[in-house]
Design a protein around this ligand. Structure first.
Ligand SMILES: Cc1ncc(COP(=O)(O)O)c(C=O)c1O
Length: 391
């Protein structure tokens, strides 16, 4: 299938990927997206205007939550979530080690301590038993990470959170469009965080969102993205007043209207993007998973995966990484375990042996190229290259 034809999207020249190397991820921007951005650039509102509210409403409707709060990145979204929960000095938040550093960093931004709970060996998702073992009287929250696009074991995790009186935050930067037992990602935790970086399911260049059903949390998060101020520029203009109050210490985590216009346009295409991601994953399942020495991550029958990444485990990852890159296959490694990052070793005393499952997995994992604009022959090229270099 030619996805361009199937989706009847017009690709712009500037956006055609250079097929010398197949990247591991890539945005898909069409003329409609560009027009949406241009329209905003010609309007009166470049930021804090109507497109922000519109994208929040459409996103909340898509996910099925009462509120969605748009911010300037996934990292800002995580920080905002930590603030909304009141995480502060002395508080512990349980996080997995197989994630992007931002998940743990958001806890540190608020003065809290990330406590690393190991992952399950087959899925690389946070292991609920390990979570329970790491709970102390100081624990305030758990951040789950739907690694690669597979939702975590939310029934178990919610029950642990409830029993211990903890908040549950889902880092769903990989799993927009995923389902757990028929329920949509975005509705499975108290707060759910998304990223709109170009390699993600939809993009705003940089951008993020937090979904929740809690009106007070939504309000706190809206203030936090705007310096902790109780009224934004638009609402002050509406009410004809200059007066505002700063209730909390917040940041400038606002997102612009032209970014939100891009987000609205991309959101319309999300079902098609997801369908193509799943189709490519199926091709990999058929052709790569059968190769000797190649094991894809296990997918639970409880989930519908949204395939931000397609991760395989191989024996000689370091060698295969180099050889595949030489062949123009933009493989990547997600992730070097966060607790082994020099910053965490130095400041939080974490070290090897803390999360042995993650540490062992790290030596074997490889992310294959996966993005909706990949064509079947790109996938074939990846498969053939893996065949050539696998032992
Ligand atoms: C799991 C995870 N959490 C958080 C982030 C941070 O998102 P952003 O890059 O939009 O700040 C990312 C992005 O790479 C991510 O993959």
């Amino acid at each position: 299938m030619n996805p361009g034809q199937a989706l009847s999207l017009k690709t712009t020249e500037s956006n055609n990927k250079d097929m010398g190397t197949i990247p591991y991820g890539h945005q898909w921007i069409d003329e409609e997206d560009i027009q949406a951005v241009v329209d905003v650039l010609r309007s009166n509102w470049l930021t804090t205007g109507p497109k922000v509210k519109e994208v929040e409403q459409d996103f909340a409707d898509y996910v099925g939550t009462k509120y969605a709060v748009a911010v300037s990145s996934g990292t800002a979204a995580l920080h905002t979530a930590m603030f909304a929960l009141g995480i502060g000095s002395g508080d512990e938040v349980i996080v997995p080690p197989i994630t992007f550093v931002a998940t743990a960093n958001a806890v540190v931004f608020q003065g809290g301590t990330p406590v690393f709970a190991d992952v399950d060996a087959e899925t690389l998702l946070i292991d609920p038993r390990q979570v329970e073992e790491r709970i102390t009287p100081r624990t305030k929250a758990i951040i789950t990470v739907d690694f690669a696009g597979q939702p975590c074991a939310y029934d178990e995790l919610r029950s642990i959170a409830r029993r211990h009186g903890l908040a549950l935050v889902a880092d769903a930067c990989h799993s927009l469009g995923g389902l757990y037992k028929g329920r949509k990602v975005g509705t499975l935790a108290d707060l759910t965080v998304f990223s709109f970086h170009p390699v993600k399911h939809i993009t705003t260049g940089e951008g993020g969102m937090i979904t929740t059903d809690d009106p007070e949390m939504a309000e706190r998060m809206r203030r936090f993205r705007n310096h902790g101020i109780n009224a934004d520029h638009a609402s002050r203009a509406e009410q004809g007043t200059w007066y505002y109050e700063m209730k909390d210490l917040g940041y400038n985590y606002r997102i612009t209207d032209f970014q939100c216009a891009l987000g609205l346009s991309q959101l319309k295409k999300l079902p098609v993007f997801l369908e193509r991601r799943r189709e490519i994953a199926k091709m990999y399942d058929r052709e790569v998973a059968s190769l000797k020495g190649v094991t894809p991550l296990y997918i639970s029958s409880d989930v519908v995966h949204s395939y931000h990444l397609y991760v395989i485990c191989v024996k000689e990852r370091a060698r295969m990484f180099v050889q595949l890159r030489e062949k123009g296959i933009g493989v990547n490694v997600h992730y070097f375990p966060v607790h082994l990052q020099p910053y965490y070793q130095k400041n939080f005393g974490t070290s090897e042996g803390l999360c042995p499952v993650a540490e062992k997995a790290y030596n074997h994992i490889l992310s294959l190229p996966l993005f909706p604009q990949m064509e079947d022959n790109d996938v074939e090229r990846v498969v053939t290259a893996i065949e050539e270099v696998s032992d």
